[in-house]
Write a protein that binds this ligand. Structure first.
Ligand SMILES: NC(=O)c1ccc[n+]([C@@H]2O[C@H](COP(=O)([O-])OP(=O)(O)OC[C@H]3O[C@@H](n4cnc5c(N)ncnc54)[C@H](OP(=O)(O)O)[C@@H]3O)[C@@H](O)[C@H]2O)c1
Length: 318
């Protein structure tokens, strides 16, 4: 397994299992299958509403001796309704209880936007908190106390652009070590990657397969990454699938990838990406693909009377 190393010597497996939209009744088997296959990194979040079932699977895998806790890398994320200082520790405690763990390897601030306690997704202006009401710097200070208490071995961010990363970094006592963002060959995030490389922040790619369900659900009108003709040729050359090629590309660029699947064959297929080594010609083909295409534009955070705008989320020039 390829691993990404942190300043304190800890290492994060470069390939993890995504769990968003994994139905609670399916995620238990998916996590067990993933662990049997060799996955040691599971990407979770409170808002996915399936941490309890993931916890049941982790508990079984650990208690039956398939794997030791310290061999696993478990990430979760602070939901946007818990950005106020007083809400951060209770949110973490809920996640730990659901996952049946006493620490997380990585805890991320899920989005750089805040909503009122108990709101999952905002439906009107009254559901939001502004930056004056919920300053990101205070949320980060509360994240630092989770690190102090060793409840989170590493802390980081998600969906933060370079300007927002600057804001956090300038006052941080504990620097963010990871930023999880949408990342795949149609959205290579060169500018953000250069920034993160410079400041020792690992990027984790979400939607690494291009999250085709968003096209099927009419959330966006973009070409489907896994159907790209040039990627199919690279896959043919390696006797691999396009999914394996795009995951191998992410890992070869020095990022981690968290493809989601609840299908055992696809969980195994995605793990096969670790066996693929792309050459310079392949990397060049991928660099020259069309795009950029963002499959997760995040309209929920800028519509319905939101105080936020897209410039609070995404790079201006990508
Ligand atoms: N931080 C954030 O804001 C954020 C946002 C979005 C996602 N995430 C994380 O990133 C993970 C991955 O992102 P994502 O779920 O949006 O998108 P994704 O991993 O790019 O795509 C998942 C979709 O691809 C299908 N799939 C999986 N393996 C496949 C394969 N080998 N061939 C063809 N189709 C395949 C899955 O269906 P089946 O399950 O049926 O296989 C699912 O519909 C999430 O689960 C979550 O953990 C984080």
């Amino acid at each position: 397994m390829k691993r990404l190393k942190f300043a304190n010597g800890d290492t994060m497996p470069a390939l993890g299992l995504g769990t968003w939209r994994s139905k609670p009744n399916e995620v238990y088997e998916a996590v067990l299958h993933a662990i049997k296959t060799g996955y040691r990194h599971i990407d979770c979040a409170h808002v996915y509403k399936n941490e309890k079932e993931i916890g049941d699977a982790l508990n079984r895998a650990i208690s039956e001796g398939w794997v030791k806790r310290e061999e696993l890398w478990i990430t979760s994320k602070l939901w946007n309704d818990s950005h106020l200082k007083a809400d951060v520790l209770p949110a973490m405690e809920t996640t730990l209880k659901n996952l049946q763990l006493d620490y997380l390897d990585l805890y991320l601030v899920h989005w750089p936007v805040a909503i009122k306690k108990g709101v999952d997704f905002p439906s009107g202006p009254g559901d939001f908190l502004t930056y004056q009401e919920a300053p990101l710097s205070e949320t980060w200070m509360a994240m630092e106390t989770l690190w102090d208490k060793k409840l989170a071995r590493h802390i980081g961010l998600s969906n933060f652009n370079t300007l927002k990363l600057d804001e956090i970094r300038k006052d941080a006592r504990v620097q963010p070590e990871v930023n999880q963002v949408e990342l795949h060959p149609y959205l290579p995030q060169e500018k953000l990657k250069a920034y993160c490389d410079k400041h020792a922040i690992w990027l984790t790619g979400y939607g690494p397969l291009g999250a085709a369900y968003r096209v099927a659900n009419d959330e966006v009108d973009h070409p489907i990454l896994l159907e790209d003709g040039d990627l199919k040729k690279v896959a043919q050359k390696h006797q691999a699938t396009v999914a394996q090629v795009v995951l191998a590309w992410g890992m070869q660029r020095g990022t981690s990838v968290v493809p989601k699947s609840t299908n055992p064959q696809r969980i195994t297929e995605n793990f096969g990406a670790l066996q693929i080594s792309l050459d310079e010609a392949d990397m060049e083909v991928i660099q020259n693909l069309k795009g950029p295409f963002r499959y997760t534009p995040g309209p929920a955070w800028v519509e319905n009377g939101s105080p936020y705008s897209y410039s609070d989320l995404w790079e201006e020039n990508i």
